[in-house]
Design a binder for this molecule. Structure first.
Ligand code: SF4
Length: 55
């Protein structure tokens, strides 16, 4: 299961930038999983500077 740890997420937007199909930024300033099956999820995990995305 793909999840974003909102305590770790710094809201940089990198995951939604490299993987817009999989993640979206919401009003709370954090990233949220949109589609855990998006093929680019792995790229987003690599792009996250704080390791907030787990799979
Ligand atoms: S890349 Fe990581 S820190 Fe940046 S918005 Fe996504 S989950 Fe949050």
């Amino acid at each position: 299961m793909v999840s974003v740890d909102s305590d770790k997420c710094i809201g940089c937007g990198a995951c939604a930038s490299v993987c817009p199909a999989g993640f979206e930024m919401k009003d709370d300033g954090k990233s949220h999983v949109k589609d855990p099956k998006a093929p680019c999820v792995g790229e987003a995990i690599s792009a996250c500077p704080v390791g907030a995305i787990s799979q």
